[in-house]
Design a protein around this ligand. Structure first.
Ligand SMILES: *[C@@H]1O[C@H](CO)[C@@H](O)[C@H](O)[C@H]1NC(C)=O
Ligand SMILES: *[C@@H]1O[C@H](CO)[C@@H](O)[C@H](O)[C@H]1NC(C)=O
Ligand SMILES: *[C@@H]1O[C@H](CO)[C@@H](O)[C@H](O)[C@H]1NC(C)=O
Length: 289
């Protein structure tokens, strides 16, 4: 600004000096004498755009008006390039051009390269879906529904809690509460019992579980004390031992005709049916062989 003002002043002064000199010359009648060609460095030194040539040291140069430059005032500074100057954004959009390519930053609800277009408002399926009684609308798949507080129901949580006898009746171990007559009880999985399915039956105590009998012996424990019933010829508490075969005096003492061998004193004899006799009942009574 200061430069500009002093430049204008200089130009004005210069014009006045030239004017005064012209007047003085004509008044003094020396105009003839001045007709001798004087060397004028500005004679062929045209300044453009209103510039004024001056040559205080015989070297001409142009005093240029504001906004012009170059040695003949032929240059204008290039305007600072502003990509947003002619790029109007509408609807409150703001032009920005970080890479010299202008574009509009649009406010919510507007789009298009000049924010000239209304975009659809973001679709909110819950917008008009009120949930009652403290329920919260949710719409993970764009279909709104209400998350209701405990006990409330209905698609808007409009239904008050119904009396649920099972509400505070927890069944343990996978049991399910049921209350067909408003009195809750637990249906317990197999192996559980008690009114909350909290009980397991004690495992049945089997005294024979780890009491192996050998040689075909069979464990038994009628009074919870296990012992082995051993087959003939075996003994020991696990039937592990071979015993001597029991002496049977009747073993080879066959009785005929339905007689039965007996040997109360280890001496075998036959009890014969009526009508038979002999030591093997081989004789018909009253006959002689
Ligand atoms: C509803 O949302 C509020 C706030 O997030 C929360 O406190 C409340 O527990 C929610 N209710 C249900 C039923 O989810
Ligand atoms: C409890 O209900 C569940 C689901 O219905 C079922 O799978 C399960 O077998 C039920 N348990 C009993 C003990 O009834
Ligand atoms: C032999 O024994 C059988 C069976 O115990 C019995 O039915 C029968 O009467 C007996 N015979 C004699 C002669 O004792």
């Amino acid at each position: 600004m200061g430069y500009e003002r002093s430049m204008r002043a200089t130009q004005g002064l210069l014009r006045k000096v030239l004017h005064v000199l012209a007047i003085a010359a004509s008044v003094a009648g020396v105009s003839e004498a001045w007709k001798a060609p004087v060397f004028d460095p500005c004679a062929n030194f045209a300044c453009l755009n209103g510039g004024i040539c001056t040559a205080p040291a015989d070297v001409p140069f142009c005093l240029c008006p504001d906004g012009f430059g170059g040695n003949r005032c032929e240059m204008r500074p290039a305007p600072v390039f502003d990509p947003c100057v002619n790029f109007a954004c509408q609807n409150g959009g703001i032009c920005t051009a970080p890479a010299d390519a202008p574009f509009c930053l649009c406010p919510d609800g507007f789009g298009g390269n000049r924010c000239q277009r209304r975009t659809a408002a973001v679709f909110d399926p819950c917008a008009n879906f009120a949930c009652l009684n403290g329920g919260n609308c949710t719409a993970p798949a764009d279909v709104p529904f209400c998350l209701c507080p405990d006990g409330f129901g209905g698609n808007r949580c409009q239904m008050p809690p119904v009396f649920d006898p099972c509400a505070n009746f927890a069944c343990l171990n996978g049991g399910n509460c049921t209350a067909p007559a408003d009195a809750p009880f637990c249906l317990c999985p197999d192996g559980f019992g008690g009114n909350r399915c909290e009980m397991r039956p004690a495992p049945v105590f089997d005294p024979c579980a780890n009491f192996a009998c050998l040689n075909g012996g069979i464990c038994t424990a009628p009074a919870d004390v296990p012992f082995c019933l051993c087959p003939d010829g075996f003994g020991g508490n696990r039937c592990q031992r071979r015993t001597a075969p029991v002496f049977d005096p009747c073993a080879n003492f066959a009785c005929l005709n339905g007689g039965n061998c007996t040997a109360p004193a280890d001496v075998p004899f036959c009890l014969c049916p009526d009508g038979f006799g002999g030591n093997r009942c081989q004789k018909r009574a009253g006959t002689h062989p």
